[in-house]
Design a protein around this ligand. Structure first.
Ligand code: LFR
Length: 478
């Protein structure tokens, strides 16, 4: 048995998991879980990166002896370092408003169609490219000598070595998905200095050894290597989709729903751009062809406002509410910012002349119906735009535990849903480390090991297809 520590940071919590891998076994246990609480400072919404780093150290201490460590987190955000390697300020949260109106400025220099053809990335206001243009005249950026994406920053603090992991770099909108190298032309035209980025590294590459100070603080005995994994959490989660064959779609659920396909090559067509599909990079040169859907963020924000009621009871009550009474566009950037979520959902229903959900159960049902509908839309469009057959939909991540969401997604798509594993990102992180240490083979073997060892639940489609079609038509007409 070999033990790997997987540090997996999500937008609302971080965890350090320990994966134990044997010849035909894979077990995951949680060593430590800690909250991730963004802070609204006078400058805007910021990540509390020091408390996250403290959580990582606590987690490594709780994990005990491990053979390697890997780190993944959400994408696009970064820390800036000065010439001494010291962090300049708290990393800006991707939900901060600084990028409002920036895209239009960027498109005046590099038209949106050209940007898509060069980078294959969906439009999202928070892509690193827009964040860097928003920060253009800031003192911090002027002083910065190094930019490290969040998992690369934590790796740097753990090992002293700086790199830019490719799957996460592909979310910056500065990478060409055909070559896996920087999009030099786009960067030059927008005045973005690519020298800020440390050299690219790929999942499986060594990322240094835990520094003596880290060993001391965590009680670990060295040497302990840090191994580069798919450091974008979604890349790690897709690596852990327990699919057999290639005819599958996946939905990585958590704060976001990332719904799409694993492809061998990017789809850079005008139709794909119009549908706002992204071509992010995955393991072994694969493309994560997917769309961002607001996801369980909609529900998390309501729960926060309602004082965190019991989720199980709420979901049971939501299951009893009549289906598809009101739906909102769960892909709408209107829902990106935090705050007043129940009211914003009610407003969206009112504006589209649908019944306004009032009780907690009704609002929850509206959210889950809307998510299932957005899942359907993304799976159907991806299948068509990439001309790729889909026999089953895999739901991985936290939403795999939400039976109502899984059932509604199966019904909406008219396809079987295979739900699990819920800790897909951590498992993908562990498996890439295991692979780098020669313990598992290629992606197919990794997936087969997951399918054999992880409990999965299958949902056969049962719903009324016509009702979902009608809801889709209603939504398209909004
Ligand atoms: C999911 C995720 C998405 C990315 C969003 C923002 O955790 O990484 O893939 O679009 O967060 O970084």
């Amino acid at each position: 048995m070999t033990s790997y520590a997987a540090v997996d940071l999500g937008a609302s919590s971080g965890r350090v998991m320990v994966g134990r891998v044997g010849p035909d076994s894979l077990e995951l246990t949680e060593a430590h879980r800690f909250p991730n609480r963004p802070v609204r400072t006078p400058e805007g919404l910021r990540w509390d990166i020091l408390s996250l780093y403290a959580g990582v150290l606590d987690g490594l201490r709780a994990a005990g002896p491990v053979d390697s460590v890997g780190i993944d987190s959400w994408a696009v955000d970064y820390g800036l370092l000065d010439a001494d390697g010291a962090l300049l300020g708290n990393p800006v949260h991707y939900r901060d408003t600084r990028t409002q109106g920036v895209a239009e400025k960027v498109w005046a220099t590099v038209p949106a169609a050209e940007l898509y053809a060069a980078t294959g990335l969906q439009y999202a206001p928070f892509n690193t490219l827009y964040q860097l243009v928003a920060a253009r005249s800031s003192a911090q950026l002027a002083y910065a000598k190094r930019l490290l994406l969040i998992p690369d920053l934590l790796t740097y603090w753990l090992t002293g070595e700086a790199g830019t992991e490719l799957t996460n770099a592909s979310t910056t909108q500065l990478i060409d998905p055909r070559t896996g190298d920087w999009s030099y032309d786009v960067a030059a035209r927008l005045g973005i200095d690519l020298d800020l980025f440390a050299p690219l590294r790929r999942p499986g590459d060594p990322a240094g050894l835990l520094r003596p100070g880290v060993l001391e603080e965590t009680g670990l005995t060295g040497p302990v290597p840090v191994t580069t994994v798919g450091s974008h959490d979604t890349a790690s989660a897709v690596a852990a989709v327990p699919a057999v064959g290639e005819r599958f779609a996946y939905i990585c659920t958590g704060t976001w729903s990332l719904a799409g396909l694993e492809l061998e090559a990017p789809v850079l067509t005008a139709a794909s751009r119009a549908a706002n599909f992204t071509n992010e990079l995955g393991l072994d040169g694969t493309v994560r062809y997917l769309r961002n859907i607001m996801g369980l963020w909609l529900l998390q924000e309501c729960l926060r406002e309602w004082g965190e009621p019991d989720l199980g009871a709420l979901l049971s009550a939501a299951a009893e509410v009549p289906a598809l009474r009101s739906v909102v566009d769960a892909g709408d950037a209107e829902f990106l910012a935090p705050g007043r979520m129940p009211a914003r959902i009610a407003d969206a229903c009112r504006a589209s002349r649908q019944p306004v959900p009032r009780s907690h159960a009704e609002i929850t049902r509206c959210i889950l119906d809307s998510l299932a509908l957005a899942h359907r839309r993304a799976v159907f469009q991806a299948r068509e735009l990439a001309d790729h057959p889909v026999d089953a939909v895999h739901i991985v991540g936290g939403g795999a535990r939400n039976a109502l969401l899984c059932r509604l997604t199966a019904d909406a798509c008219g396809l079987p849903v295979v739900a699990g594993p819920p800790e897909a990102a951590a498992l993908g992180n562990v498996l890439v480390q295991a692979r780098a240490h020669g313990q598992v083979g290629d992606r197919t073997e990794m997936r087969a090991l997951l399918a054999r060892t992880q409990p999965l639940t299958r949902y056969e489609p049962q719903g009324d297809t016509a009702a979902w079609q009608a809801a889709e038509a209603r939504l398209s007409g909004l």
